[in-house]
Design a protein around this ligand. Sequence first.
Ligand code: SF4
Length: 479
Amino acid sequence: MCGVFGVLAPGADAAPVAALGLFALQHRGQESAGVAVSDGEQLMLYKDLGLVAQVLDERRLPSLRGPLAIAHCRYSTTGSTVWENAQPTFRLGRSRALAVGHNGNLVNTRELLGRLSGGRARLPATTDTELLTALIADEPASDTVEALRRVLPSLRGAYSLVVLDERRVIGVRDPDGFRPLVLGRLPRDNPGSREGGWLLSSETAGIEVVGGEVVRDVEPGEMVVLEAGSEPRSVRFAEARDHLCVFELIYFARPDSYLLGRNLYEARRRMGVALAGELPVAADLVMPVPDTGAPAAAGFAEASGLPYREGMVRNRYAGRTFIQPSQAMRQRGVTVKLSPLREVVRDRRLIVVDDSIVRGTTTRQIVALLRRAGAREVHLRISSPPIHHPCFYGIDTQIETELIAATHDVEQIRAFVGADSLGYLSIEGVLSALELPYDRFCFACFDGNYPVPVPYDTRNRKLMLEEPIAATAVGPGDG
Ligand code: SF4
């Protein structure tokens, strides 16, 4: 995944606004954070491993001066969590300095590497973002927009970008629009900038947290150029195909964000209503797996007429289980993250609602926790379909064997996690909750229909990462 944020704040320093906006996007990536600024003449960059508040603290921000900024928080999809792979990337090009923040994942990294003069040895990091930054910087065009216009059509896969040069912040969204990107306005006389300004954010929540107003989505296949003294300029570089990742609506984006005009809390609540219609079961109460399962659990309870209770407490300081980078960390994570509320679950038949099952290990531990706390029955209801296929567009589910639904049917998964019953919402149920047609989305991890073909070598790029650095493949992709 990853979160990206961009700011143009004439007459003010953009870095504090960018850091605050990025803080609102922390859920999209927790491995590293960074900000690049321009004072109109030169770029400065600060990035490090860690959470946004740890990296972009009050000691760092005052030294990052200038009215233009981009910021990024990282969730690695394959590349290791090392300083070099943190973003924004930075490169001095033939005629310009350039910084890039990337949400998404390219699927033709190997092909693109063949176009880079000097090859792999020129890249200081092992991410697809580093490669695309080098390709843009190498373009002889003196104008960054023109360089982007030449390079972007060669990219395949998912990319929502924020790009910074000395004078501009540019938002870019790939032709399929896999990842969201929103344009916002910073009103005059706000604390961030007296002259107002413009914003780019992965999610609407980022715009609102800094006191901005959401203007519109950056369209798939569109660049939006922010420059002092003028309104945002739209440059189309490809026809829109429109395949927003449906997982953004099911799970990943914040519930207070809006996508395609849908508030995501409301969309998820409606998925819960649909789930109750498809898979009813006799029980005493409905509870969520906190906290992302809560909207669907509320909808399930409402539709089934059963009481809604919180049967587990989540430690708010533990990271999201799904985006911890290793299996060992994931397994440690769940036990410190969730505790059962014995008074709620003891001797009760529970309907436990979650938004997804990826590997099954977390779900299995949750069921065991509830049984140890005295639950009489545990009926799992999942507000998305089974994940049968890997994602190559920016979510770390690239290895099929790590997906329990790729190798087990529903009954086998139920047995593995130890539940009394298990049911998943259908694709039709998701669409009925969203009231939008199938072809508006990517559903590839559920049904295998990849909107952008994925070359075989990309499918194996986790293994390629193990190769020595002299190998031909770059391998990694950033989320
Ligand atoms: S494959 Fe799944 S997670 Fe990946 S972009 Fe498509 S819907 Fe989203």
